[in-house]
Design a protein around this ligand. Sequence first.
Ligand SMILES: Nc1ncnc2c1ncn2[C@@H]1O[C@H](COP(=O)(O)OP(=O)(O)OP(=O)(O)O)[C@@H](O)[C@H]1O
Ligand SMILES: [Mg+2]
Length: 222
Amino acid sequence: MMLQAESLKKGFQQGGQEILAVNDVSFSVNKGETVAIVGPSGSGKTTLLSLLAGLENSDSGQVTIDGKVITGLGEAELTRYRGEKIGIVFQQFHLMPHLTALENVSLPLDIAGEDQVRDKALKALKNVGLENRATHLPSQLSGGECQRVAIARATVIQPAVLFADEPSGNLDTETGGRVTDILFELVKTTQMTMILVTHDMELAGKCDRILSIRGGLLQNSN
Ligand SMILES: Nc1ncnc2c1ncn2[C@@H]1O[C@H](COP(=O)(O)OP(=O)(O)OP(=O)(O)O)[C@@H](O)[C@H]1O
Ligand SMILES: [Mg+2]
């Protein structure tokens, strides 16, 4: 098993009232499995992903990734763990604007203290078809190219789990389709474990399993 979520809860105060964005969610994901999390806007998808990726703390419950309980780790240890074990692709790319494509992809390797950074980063760029855009800044790249750089950055450390939150949500249908094709190809060839948040059922259908969330509740856990 690669990931296990146990009784995860996360509430937010809204207008003096607490809403449970994630309400007692439990499920597990096998190594190499791809899982889509689907649900309407506001159903808790992004909140759940943030808990699973260790970006936010849950109110209760526990997350285990690759045999390590990440719940309750201190901020420094969690940051290091995320840097070495977790890849995240966001809807809004979140590239560093003053760094080139190659430098953006090199960053996680530099932080993890790896060797042969340039070679590994170039290979990751090649995997997303962008070896000839290495010296471009994000502002000199199209949206689809930016997201491909973000995918290269998220996968260059060969993460235990890759998380993606609406990776095509900011792109037109055709570009988004091309980017997600590249993403799935990469996941397949490297047998990566992926958790993908989307409200696109066609995209979700490419995953091994679909989990639905509504009002913070998992509809079909297993
Ligand atoms: N930081 C926050 N403070 C207060 N409420 C929040 C916060 N983050 C999320 N929420 C609330 O939690 C609920 C779930 O939000 P979340 O962003 O997880 O939904 P989502 O399923 O990702 O939606 P979308 O498809 O629109 O991205 C919503 O009601 C939202 O308003
Ligand atoms: Mg969301």
